[in-house]
Ligand binder design. Sequence first.
Ligand code: PHE
Ligand code: NA
Length: 440
Amino acid sequence: MSLEDVTREKWATRIGFILAAVGSAVGLGNIWRFPFQVGQEGGAAFLVIYLLFVGLIGIPAMLVEFVVGRRSERNPINAFDRLGHGEWRFVGALGVFTGFVILAFYSVVAGWVTRYTFASLTGAYFGEPSVYFNSIAEGPAAIGFHALFMVATAVIVAAGIQRGIELAVKVMVPALLALLVGLIGYAFTLEGAAEGYQYYLSPEIGVIASNWMSILPAAAGQAFFTLSLGMGVMITYASYLGEDRNLAVDGGWIAALNTLVSILAGLVVFPVLFTIGVEPGSGGAGELFVGVGGAIAQVPGSRLVGFVFFGVVVIAALSSAISILEVLVSYAIDNYGMERKKATAVISSVVFLVGIPTAIDLDVLNLYDQITASLLLPLGVFLTVVFVGWVYPDSAEEVAKGTSKGSDGTLPTAWLWYIRIPILLVVGLVLVISAIDLYG
Ligand code: PHE
Ligand code: NA
């Protein structure tokens, strides 16, 4: 009997699924990548477009992945076979590849955060946050912390206890929110707070109009990255779902909580940057460490606050990294009959090696990040939406059923046409712009 014949395990509770999906979504994308993108794309103008992307495209795209997973009860590659369209397997394969590349540099960034957790205890970065960041971001120590984080991720996945992350998420998310709120309270008292809020929250239409060619792909990439879309994670998690869930409600909760964490992170970072006189965007990938690190250095009990804050972010990063590695490992198990421990060891070693160049050179890290977020994730989302909208439209109705609550049934048609045309047009435009940017 092949593994495919075994009845798929199911989430024990509805909240189990939501917690795991939130664990995947909430991570470095919110705390590290979001403020850095806002800074690079000029502040509030980016925020507006990003929020529109999450609401109008991210949530529907998440529902599309849920449907593929729940219907097929398969990993993201076999899902397409199971739905009778084996020729679409390449979409699942693309997602698995993208996850592989994301995990490689995600682990390096998580390594920085791990380092900051310990460095908080000695106050190593309190004096000159940006000098400290530059001293640890590249080189042998960065490789070492990358290795440490990858081992931690692999141990959890190898033991097969990642479904136990539910508890970690229950603790991590409230802790993260509480810490951010506390730091926001401190940032509010700073001299540069007003300027920071202005920059972050008060959009100028002119900026959107003149920079949309760069804002649009950045916002799309951030929305997909942060919601864990475009690489099969949500397909995988939904493959363990029972039939009786309202996917739209679950997706809405996951997106809302994830967005809240990002917005709060920005409310800490920007007041601090304006206060210490660092121009947003100039810190690049180090924005968070300079911004939040600078704030932590000033608050009472900074060593403990820093240790707890970065420690919680490591846990958030771990639950996201686990979700990516699990997709890769379960594919190796399902399709090659590999044993879980062996699959995990082999895959995580290769991911580690592929991540090394990004631990040596920040430019390489930015390149991996750019290619995955602005090109590969939107491509994965685009193709999955084409599949559900045009090739397998039955499944699109499935989401609508859960949302229409016995109404006259107008929603299914509206929903179907919404994913068929407007979403594909916008994501298609993003792909064209990104392709020109990267290769033009
Ligand atoms: N969503 C995660 C974050 O914001 C990162 C991630 C991307 C996780 C893709 C899984 C898949 O940190
Ligand atoms: Na996220």
